[in-house]
Design a protein. Structure first.
Length: 367
């Protein structure tokens, strides 16, 4: 099987107090986002790969500015929103309650309810709010602030939105707004890191991404990397059914995998893990987190119901400065269980090589 070639670059983020070279990590975040949200090859972002960034906010500002300016050239995304207004002629349909109220007040107007195609929708509201949050940050350089200001001149008819009111899980993407995906995810990271200042009621941003958000990004990145470079492995995120002999299976928790790679009769279940500390200490000795091993073992055995040994499992840890996990292989009840670490404190060429090695070792295991 041949893989698609990767472009040069870098990708990823860790808590900044734990890294050797902050600029490498920050540049890696860009590529991580690009894979995770299918922005690879979009020309408006190519220039970012060659820039040097001293902090995460500056990177986010650069991506948002370039993405917003590109959207302005194409035309901002518009969708129908419901409007109510007093009008001299009928538009849409009458609101009878409003009409009666106008009659009582002797107004010669019709209270109408109608739909209008507008840029003042939640997608553009989120972008505008995020842009102004970033423009207030001292960590964002003037070049990127200027680009954001230029873009926001064309958002004058777009309202602000309270970050706390955004229902992120309700946002949906389709053919007409697919280019917004990476921008809205940048906004999610920015607005999700806001900390309210108690004195003036102003917002400030956290200085790093937390383990939870990085875990989500790490998982999404690895999945999309394999989808992009190894389409033949049919990378997906599957839900595994319990191999129940007796009893009500509906009461058992769902087994939702992060990534499953398939090649012929074989499958590799990858469970990604991003921790500030990848291992736990028991009686002075480093050990793998037991819950992680139990989880991947359960996935493998419930998928390999016929005990063929064709189903493998892997714990893939993001390697940070504090990670001491060693690559290991085990055969447990006939199935291979591996532990691997993906070194994030390096160039993306090295990250890519590590991921390629995992895929190709799986493909050619018996070759």
């Amino acid at each position: 099987m041949k893989r698609k070639n990767s472009s040069d670059g870098q990708i990823f983020c860790v808590v900044f107090s734990m890294i050797k070279d902050k600029s490498i990590i920050i540049k890696n975040i860009y590529y991580m986002l690009a894979y995770a949200f299918q922005a690879l090859g979009q020309p408006q972002y190519d220039e970012i790969a060659s820039e040097e960034f001293e902090n995460i906010h500056d990177l986010f500002a650069a991506i948002l500015a370039k993405g917003a300016l590109k959207q302005l050239k194409q035309g901002l995304y518009r969708e129908y929103i419901n409007e109510h207004d007093n009008l001299p002629v009928l538009r849409g349909k009458l609101d009878l309650r409003g009409v009666i109220n106008n009659k009582l007040q002797r107004k010669q107007l019709l209270w109408c309810e109608y739909d209008v195609l507008s840029a003042n929708n939640i997608f553009n509201q989120i972008i505008k709010t995020t842009a102004f949050v970033l423009m207030k940050q001292t960590t964002v350089n003037e070049k990127h602030k200027s680009s954001l200001k230029k873009a926001m001149l064309f958002f004058s008819d777009v309202d602000w939105i309270d970050p706390k009111s955004i229902k992120w899980n309700m946002l949906s993407f389709h053919r007409n707004n697919k280019d917004y995906k990476i921008l809205l995810n940048i906004c999610y990271f920015v607005l999700g890191s806001l900390l309210l200042s108690t004195e003036k009621g102003e917002y400030k941003m956290a200085t790093f991404l937390d383990d939870y958000n990085m875990a989500l990004l790490f998982e999404k990145f690895v999945l999309e990397y394999y989808r992009y470079h190894y389409p033949g492995l049919r990378a997906s995120s599957l839900q595994i059914a319990w191999d129940v002999d007796e009893g009500p299976a509906e009461f058992l928790p769902k087994m939702q995998t992060d990534i499953v790679l398939r090649y012929g009769p074989k499958a590799l279940i990858i469970d990604t893990k991003f921790y500030t500390r990848a291992m736990q200490v028991q009686y002075g000795t480093y050990k793998f987190h037991s819950d992680n091993l139990y989880q991947i073992f359960a996935y493998v055995k419930n998928m390999d119901t016929e005990n063929t040994g064709n189903i493998e499992g892997m714990l893939l840890y993001a390697k940070t400065e504090d990670t001491v996990a060693k690559d290991s292989d085990y055969i447990l009840q006939g199935n291979k269980i591996s532990v691997r670490t993906l070194d994030l404190n390096t160039s993306f060429n090295n990250i890519s090589e590590q991921l390629n090695k995992i895929a190709e070792s799986f493909i050619y295991k018996d070759g």
